[in-house]
Design a protein around this ligand. Structure first.
Ligand code: NAP
Length: 530
């Protein structure tokens, strides 16, 4: 097949990719998408109970006033089908679907230095030559399948929460083995427990889980948002990323134990899953303050879960609350009071293999009809390193990032000109609100592309010095946060052997945005243009 030309290739028709298509509609754009529909995260993660943990009035696009006025969310925290419906509505309303090549993931990118053009090769054999590539590939999109041997021998079905089938999966009458107790596991297990005969949950590290404040959206709340949307969106960009949290100004140490208890009790029942982390100003920076919040949650777990041994296993003690993404559940701890649910600690006796009948830990073999893996993602870098990306001088991104990702402002990589990432390594990512911050990054990227066209530049590249300076900024912010004390997808330690440091920018979205804008105002500081 011959090649074709475009101005820009966008990889991924998730929320950022869709907006990038709209924002850059005056260019010839081709978008490649691995799935057969739009929505990215909300296309793939259709497991039972999948639901966003940020209010939908906020977790939605702000680029079009008519869109945000006309759309109605049925619940405070939308379930996956509503989010997927919204993505489809946006694709149709703005005529984006025609530009997307579905079921056609990008397999190879190669930069041609003589022409300053990228050659993009897809699975279905498409070959597009373009000036710019925007990787809107998502930070939680490459599923992690731990390399247990024996997978092919298991005679039942194996599911991964991030590759859930579209057809209804019914576990009625089945013995189900469920691996993983992060956000996905916590949402899926209470629903599967209601169907299955037996549900055996394999936990390596317990999670902190807040009860979800989900309920049907009330009209006055919706009306309040819709009359003040512009202001609300502005607040979101000027906050830590989520505006619906009361950010406390006082330390946990400034309260009496009774006052602390009252504040935490209120936070536990608040409408935002993240309120516990901001109940005091120092929960994420002071270990003692954090311990007080951990202690509060441990007491909640012990009060809910009847069996004391199970309750102790469920109490996270090896990392600070907020160190891993706080989870939002619906009857998660209560589920362990059911007769048909068992919790197995695979920290003390790890899973060693899958077998024909089920799986084996170092202790014993368990028999199942189905196995569900909620084992998370090769996060932040996985979606990029799974593509064969060759930059200048034939250097590959895989090689460049073998000891961990390096970027300038989370957006570009030295040696890989004209390749932009949205939610790339060392951006705020899930430490901000992904749709709004994604829109912001798309606008920043599109402004650069338009400016290059005006000034007749054909190439932009980050410098190695700028990458090093950005790494220092990222580390300096992480060193002030207790987030560094947990093994999680934020630092790649959820996956054995994955190298690199902290991959998320925790200096806050406002500072991130300011530094990105400043770099452009200072004559593209940290970039070289030709
Ligand atoms: P995750 O948080 O990384 O959880 C994966 C789970 O699998 C963890 O319990 C992990 O244990 C376990 N696991 C991984 N490898 C294992 C192994 N070899 N043996 C035993 N257990 C293993 O992944 P996730 O639950 O899919 O969530 C990822 C992120 O997606 C979240 O942090 C959140 O940002 C986002 N998310 C959000 C929502 C929401 O909005 N409500 C829902 C789902 C996901 P360890 O903890 O020991 O590694």
């Amino acid at each position: 097949m011959g090649s074709e030309n475009a101005d820009i290739v966008i990889i991924g028709a998730g929320f950022s990719g869709l907006y990038a298509m709209h924002r850059l509609r005056n260019y010839k754009v081709v978008c490649f998408e691995a799935g057969d529909g739009v929505g990215g995260t909300w296309y793939w993660n259709r497991y039972p109970g999948a639901r966003v943990d940020i209010e939908s009035m906020e977790y939605s696009y702000g680029f079009d006033e008519a869109l945000q006025q006309e759309w109605n969310w049925p619940e405070y925290f939308s379930a996956q089908p509503d989010l997927e419906r919204y993505a489809n509505h946006v694709a149709d309303r703005f005529g984006l679907r025609e530009q997307v090549r579905f079921s056609n993931p990008v397999r190879r990118l190669a930069f041609d230095e003589a022409s300053n053009l990228w050659h993009v090769h897809s699975e279905q054999g498409d070959h597009v030559v373009c000036r710019h590539v925007i990787a809107a590939t998502g930070s939680l999109s490459a599923p992690n399948l731990p390399p247990w041997p024996g997978r092919e021998t298991f005679t039942g079905e194996i599911y991964h929460t991030a590759r859930w089938p579209k057809e209804n999966v019914d576990f009625s009458g089945q013995r189900v083995g469920f691996i993983g107790t992060g956000s996905s596991g916590i949402q899926a297990t209470p629903i599967i427990a209601e169907q299955a005969d037996q549900l055996c949950i394999f936990q390596r590290t317990p999670a902190f889980c807040m009860p979800s404040g989900n309920r049907p959206l009330d009209e006055s709340h919706e009306h309040d948002w819709k009359t003040n949307y512009a202001e609300r969106r502005e607040q979101m960009l000027n906050s830590y990323g989520v505006s619906l949290v009361d950010y406390s100004r006082f330390s946990a140490h400034d309260c009496t134990p009774e006052e602390r208890e009252q504040i935490l009790e209120k936070a536990w029942h608040s409408r935002s899953a993240f309120q516990l982390l901001f109940a005091f100003s120092d929960v994420m920076t002071d270990k003692q303050a954090n311990d007080m919040v951990c202690d509060f949650v441990h007491r909640k777990i012990r009060a809910i879960v009847h069996d004391p041994e199970t309750a102790e296993l469920l109490c996270p003690t090896s990392y600070p609350i907020g160190g891993k993404r706080l989870c939002m559940g619906n009857g998660y701890y209560e589920m362990y009071n059911r007769e048909n649910v068992e919790l197995v600690d695979v920290r003390s006796s790890p899973i060693v293999e899958l077998t024909a009948k089920g799986l084996r830990t170092t202790d014993q073999e368990y028999e199942f009809d189905a196995i569900v893996m909620a084992t998370g993602f090769d996060a932040v870098t996985g979606a990029m390193t799974r593509i064969d990306i060759q930059g200048r001088a034939g250097n590959t991104l895989l090689e460049k990032w073998k000891n961990g990702p390096t970027t300038h402002l989370g957006s570009m990589v030295a040696g890989f000109p004209n390749l932009f990432m949205i939610h790339g390594p060392a951006t705020p990512g899930a430490q901000a609100q992904m749709i709004t911050s994604g829109e912001w990054q798309v606008n920043w990227t599109a402004d650069i592309i338009e400016d290059m066209q005006r000034k007749a530049f054909s190439r932009i590249e980050a410098t190695v010095d700028a990458e090093q300076a950005w790494a220092q900024e990222v580390d300096a912010c992480a060193s002030q946060s207790l987030l560094r004390l947990a093994d999680s997808w934020y630092n790649g330690k959820n996956i054995e052997g994955k190298k690199g440091g902290f991959m998320v920018y925790v200096g806050g979205f406002p500072r991130f945005a300011q530094l990105c804008e400043q770099a452009i105002e200072e004559d593209y500081s940290g970039f070289v243009l030709e």
